[in-house]
Design a protein around this ligand. Sequence first.
Ligand SMILES: *[C@@H]1O[C@H](CO)[C@@H](O)[C@H](O)[C@H]1NC(C)=O
Ligand SMILES: *[C@@H]1O[C@H](CO)[C@@H](O)[C@H](O)[C@H]1NC(C)=O
Ligand SMILES: *[C@@H]1O[C@H](CO)[C@@H](O)[C@H](O)[C@H]1NC(C)=O
Ligand SMILES: *[C@@H]1O[C@H](CO)[C@@H](O)[C@H](O)[C@H]1NC(C)=O
Ligand SMILES: *[C@@H]1O[C@H](CO)[C@@H](O)[C@H](O)[C@H]1NC(C)=O
Ligand SMILES: *[C@@H]1O[C@H](CO)[C@@H](O)[C@H](O)[C@H]1NC(C)=O
Length: 535
Amino acid sequence: MLTKIILTLSLLLSTQAALLNETDYTFSISAYNSAIAELDKVLKKVSVGDVLTAAKYKPLDYSQWMRDTPYFIKGFRWSQKDPADETDTEWSPQGLTTSWDSGYPSGSVDGQDNILLVSWNDQRNKTGASSEAGKGVRVSFLRNATAQGVSPVNRAYTHALLVEPFMNGQNADYRLLDNVISGGIVWRGDYLYITDRQLGLRVFDLKHIYQVKNDASVGKNGNTYSGGGYDYVIPQAYTYTKSLPRGVSFSPHSASLDRNTTPPCLLLGESTPDGTNATFARFFLNSTSNLLSISKSSSPTKPVATWAYKALLFNSEGATFANGNYWLTSNDGDNVKGELYQWLPGERTDGQAIFPPGVQGIAYKPAGDELWVVGSVPGKRYVMALNAGLKNATLEQVPAAPTGGANDGSGGSGGQDPAVQSKKKMSGGAIAGTVIGVLIGVSLVGGGVFMIMRRRKAAQTPPVQEPVYLKPELSGGAGVAGAGQAWGSKKELANEQHVVPAQELPQDVERYELGAGRDSVREMPGAPAEGKWRA
Ligand SMILES: *[C@@H]1O[C@H](CO)[C@@H](O)[C@H](O)[C@H]1NC(C)=O
Ligand SMILES: *[C@@H]1O[C@H](CO)[C@@H](O)[C@H](O)[C@H]1NC(C)=O
Ligand SMILES: *[C@@H]1O[C@H](CO)[C@@H](O)[C@H](O)[C@H]1NC(C)=O
Ligand SMILES: *[C@@H]1O[C@H](CO)[C@@H](O)[C@H](O)[C@H]1NC(C)=O
Ligand SMILES: *[C@@H]1O[C@H](CO)[C@@H](O)[C@H](O)[C@H]1NC(C)=O
Ligand SMILES: *[C@@H]1O[C@H](CO)[C@@H](O)[C@H](O)[C@H]1NC(C)=O
């Protein structure tokens, strides 16, 4: 096997991923939390629209250091008014999801199609060694957040605390999610999914957002209920507890809506330490219940993954699907640029170190072809969108206001919509065009961030924009539960191994499945990769 290490202005990486047995990855769902019905009797319920209307924090306009990110389209920073948002280390922004995930295939919720939600995790006890449990998970609700322009009219946000309801004798109460380490969030219908590394998934019900007293305590205190410093709490309705065979591990960290299939899937990914494989697994979402689909032919009550892969990508913080690729983010620390990878499971991965440090979750917004990411480094936190076609946009200069705390985002004049100029798309060919040095062998680039291009079948490997699509692996009945659902139809089952070239699919049709066939991946020699993807 030829191993090439390619140094470019941006950094590139390529490797294989190994297909796992998807039937190993299952969850057990809990009953709906019955304390919610009791809380309904004593607390005021509000809608997502109410929360957005009440949002009062104004985000800052984006700064030049954000604008300098290749393919940047738009973005913003958190208000400096509350240090917890921008400078404190207590809360760390982790995942994000839009009204386009909730409303799929529409982008509108409560008549608004530019809503963004961002999850924040208090990771004080991430290592398990802290004497403080942390405050769990909170969610920012951002109004008009993804609208065009530098400073969209009416853009504002507020936070809500995620809580776990319980009965305390006769009284309904709730507590914060202490010791939950959560990197991902997906809004689907009225549910908010968050990952929990230890447990699996937690699902919160947005039909039961409670308006509570905004003081420091959390839960029932005498006759009042408090929100830990927030006006709103959102109750946990279900848990999905990991159910794995002996010897299999999976610690869900990132989460996104995966539009590669119809109906879409929930894509979950691990964040693993230096030099170790991360597992990515996909679960169908039931478009009626908005819960995970349950396979009839396997254990009756358990959702089963439709595919699972492992890849030698460590510090992976986000993963989503757009434009025929999976897009992964990877964060190597507060002083190192964050990376964006294009991944075809079983094929190859190309990456570039382009983000300001601290990149976390990633979510796709089809309107505008936007890949949204959050960055977590205190003092330089960002929320921004890149063009998923990897085109540079022509934007107005950053508004003259200073990048520090003085600009509270209220002075912007509403910028121009970006006119996308370049036709250049990152692909095998484009990558080659940007290569400034090709070395055979092993090399390190400062900061430990570097790329390896490793091609199993250099000549035959399809370029990124022309992947070969295979019908899904349907062994064991996993993923074929809903007979009435598009992905489970008899016709598609019959065509199981039919190869569908991607370019024949209309652009706006959801791709059914991608990835190399099980056997060819299994036969892949376990050749060593180097550096970040080192085996
Ligand atoms: C996957 O795991 C299931 C359950 O353990 C097993 O029955 C099946 O044979 C496995 N499939 C493969 C391809 O290894
Ligand atoms: C896009 O912009 C970045 C800087 O923002 C630059 O490094 C890169 O070369 C540009 N790419 C293209 C294709 O113009
Ligand atoms: C921190 O996490 C560890 C491991 O999960 C747990 O045993 C410990 O109780 C936690 N500490 C606190 C203060 O909750
Ligand atoms: C959102 O911002 C855009 C761009 O500034 C503006 O045209 C639109 O009216 C705003 N929408 C709302 C609901 O305020
Ligand atoms: C990662 O997975 C590959 C493919 O299964 C395997 O060959 C390799 O040993 C794994 N590496 C580590 C560090 O676990
Ligand atoms: C989807 O949800 C509906 C309503 O809860 C249920 O009737 C149906 O069986 C579910 N289908 C699958 C595949 O889970």
